[in-house]
Design a protein around this ligand. Structure first.
Ligand code: GTP
Ligand code: MG
Length: 434
C-alpha cells in the first residue's frame, strides 16, 4: 500500500501518435517536487512552459490545480505535450527520477474518492462513461456521474430519526417506558419503501442499458437470423442467401437500435448436419446461449413450433423468446416480424417489455446501474420490506438492527464504508491516468 498522497503520474491519453498528449501528476507539494522541471504557473490558467530534461526542450501547455480544489483533492498538474509516445515515456521516466511514481489504473479517481471529492457511485459512473459504446450508454452514465440520486439523501433523512428512536427504546425502553411505535414507523417509512421498489425497477432496466443487451439469434437454417441481424445492426454485416447453412461462424456486432444498446450474435442454423464446417459452427452456439441476456428463437410464420425448444434450447428456457419471421408471407400470432421489410415494431415492444419492464430508456436516467449497485438496492429493499412487516410488540432490538442494516447498506452503496474490496474491484477496471 502506498502512502495516500505520494506523488503519482500517468498519461491520461492513449500512448499513440497524436496531436496532443496529456500527462497528469498528483500529490502533495508538487511545486517543490517539480521545481527543477518547471516553475508552476498561476492556478487554473493554461500557461506555456518549456520543460527541460535530459537534453529535451518540450514546449508544453501546463495547468496547475492546487489542492484541495482539484480532481484528486491534492495538488494536480496537467501537461499537454506533443503526442509522441516516446516523448511521453521519456517525460514519465524523468518524473520517476523526481520521485513521482507511475500511477496504478484508476488511482487518480481513487484519491478523489478517498479525499471526499466524489463518492463510489460517481466513480462507477465515470468508469461506465469512459467505457460507453452507444449514445444511450453515454447519456445514462452522464446522468449518474452528475449527482448522487436524490432518493439516497431522502432515505437517510427518513431513517435517521427512527434509528435514534429505536436505539433509545433498546437502551432505556424498560426503565423509562420509551417504546417504539411500529405503526407510526410503518406509516412514515411506507413512501420510502415504495420509492425503493420504483428504483429497483428502474435500476434493473438501467443495468441492461448500461451493460448492453446480449441478444443471441438462433433457429433452423434459413429462419431469417442473418436478415434480422443486419436489420438491427443497420448494416449488411452478415451474408444472407436462401441457401440453408449460409452462416457458419458466430458473428458479433455492437449497435444501438431504437434506443437499446445491443450486443448481437448471429449464429449458424441449428440442425443435424454432416458438413464438418457447419457442425463446428453449431458447436459454437452453446457458449453464446450461456452468456446471452435473451435468446431470440426465430421460427418462420406458419411453421409448427420447432423441436429446438425441447432440445438445444431447453436449458435456457427462461430467456428464450420465440419470434415469428416471414410475417409478410404468412399470418402469425405472437411476436411477428418481417426483417427484410424492416417490420420490427413487435420485436421492439417485446424487448422493451422484457428487459426494461416496459420503461422507456429515458425513464432510466439517473437510476443505479451496476451489478454491485443493483444487488445492494435489492438488499436495501428487502430490509425495508422486513422492517415494515414487523409485528407490533416485537422486541425493539429487531427494528433497531434492521434500521442499522439499512443505514449500513446506504453507506456501502455510496462507498462511505470505505470497503477496500469494492474499491479494488472498481479501480482495476479503470484506465491509466483516470
Ligand atoms: N419474405 C421474407 N424473406 C425473408 C425474411 N427473413 C429472411 N428472408 C429471406 O430468407 C432467406 C434466408 O435468410 P437468412 O437471413 O440468410 O437466414 P438464416 O437464418 O441466417 O440462415 P442460415 O445462415 O443459413 O442459418 C434469405 O433469402 C432472406 O432474404 C422475412 O421476414 N420475409
Ligand atoms: Mg445466417
Amino acid at each position: 500500500m502506498h502512502p495516500a498522497s505520494d506523488p503519482i503520474c500517468a498519461p491520461a491519453s492513449p500512448l499513440l501518435p497524436s496531436a496532443v498528449a496529456l500527462v497528469r501528476v498528483s500529490g502533495a507539494g508538487l511545486a517543490s517536487r517539480l521545481g527543477s522541471l518547471l516553475k508552476l504557473p498561476e492556478p487554473r490558467v493554461a500557461t506555456l512552459r518549456t520543460l527541460r530534461w535530459g537534453g529535451f526542450a518540450e514546449r508544453a501547455l501546463v495547468l496547475f490545480f492546487p489542492g484541495p480544489a482539484s480532481y484528486t483533492g491534492e495538488d494536480l498538474v496537467e501537461f499537454q505535450v506533443h503526442g509522441n509516445p516516446l516523448l511521453v515515456r521519456r517525460l514519465l521516466g524523468h518524473l520517476a527520477c523526481l520521485g513521482v511514481r507511475q500511477a496504478e489504473p484508476g488511482e487518480f479517481t481513487r484519491r478523489a474518492l478517498l479525499n471526499g471529492k466524489q463518492n463510489l457511485l460517481e466513480a462507477e459512473a465515470l468508469r461506465d462513461l469512459v467505457a460507453a459504446e452507444t449514445d444511450t450508454q453515454i447519456r445514462l452514465a452522464q446522468a449518474r456521474a452528475g449527482a448522487q440520486p436524490g432518493w439516497i439523501t431522502e432515505a437517510r433523512r427518513a431513517l435517521a430519526p427512527w434509528m435514534a428512536r429505536a436505539e433509545a427504546a433498546v437502551d432505556y425502553g424498560e426503565e423509562e417506558g420509551i417504546l417504539l411505535n411500529l405503526k407510526d414507523l410503518a406509516a412514515e417509512l411506507e413512501p420510502l419503501r415504495a420509492r425503493f421498489h420504483v428504483e429497483q425497477r428502474r435500476s434493473r432496466a438501467a443495468r441492461h442499458l448500461q451493460d448492453g443487451i446480449r441478444l443471441a439469434l438462433v433457429g433452423r437454417p434459413n429462419a431469417g437470423k442473418s436478415t434480422l441481424f443486419n436489420a438491427l445492426a443497420g448494416e449488411d454485416r452478415a451474408i444472407v442467401t436462401d441457401i440453408p447453412g449460409t452462416t457458419r461462424d458466430v458473428l458479433e456486432v455492437r449497435c444501438e437500435w431504437r434506443g437499446l444498446p445491443l450486443r448481437l450474435y448471429d449464429t449458424a442454423g441449428l440442425r443435424e448436419t454432416e458438413d464438418p464446417v457447419e457442425r463446428l459452427g453449431v458447436a459454437r452456439v452453446g457458449p453464446i446461449l450461456e452468456s446471452a441476456d435473451l435468446v431470440l428463437h426465430l421460427v418462420p410464420a406458419g411453421e409448427e413450433g420447432s423441436s429446438l425448444s425441447k432440445t438445444t434450447l431447453a436449458p435456457y428456457q427462461g430467456k428464450v423468446v420465440e419470434i415469428r419471421t416471414f410475417a409478410d408471407l404468412a399470418e402469425s400470432s405472437g411476436i411477428a416480424i418481417a426483417a427484410n421489410l424492416g417490420h420490427l415494431d413487435a420485436l421492439e415492444s417485446a424487448l422493451k417489455e422484457r428487459l426494461l419492464g416496459g420503461l422507456a430508456p429515458d425513464a432510466c436516467f439517473g437510476a443505479l446501474a451496476t451489478d454491485r449497485q443493483v444487488r445492494l438496492l435489492d438488499d436495501l429493499t428487502e430490509q425495508l420490506d422486513l422492517l415494515l412487516g414487523l409485528e407490533p410488540g416485537c422486541p425493539p432490538e429487531l427494528p433497531a438492527s434492521m434500521l442499522q442494516g439499512a443505514w449500513g447498506l446506504l453507506a456501502r452503496l455510496t462507498g462511505e464504508d470505505r470497503a477496500e474490496t469494492a474499491l479494488d474491484a472498481l479501480f482495476s477496471g479503470f484506465c491509466l491516468g483516470k
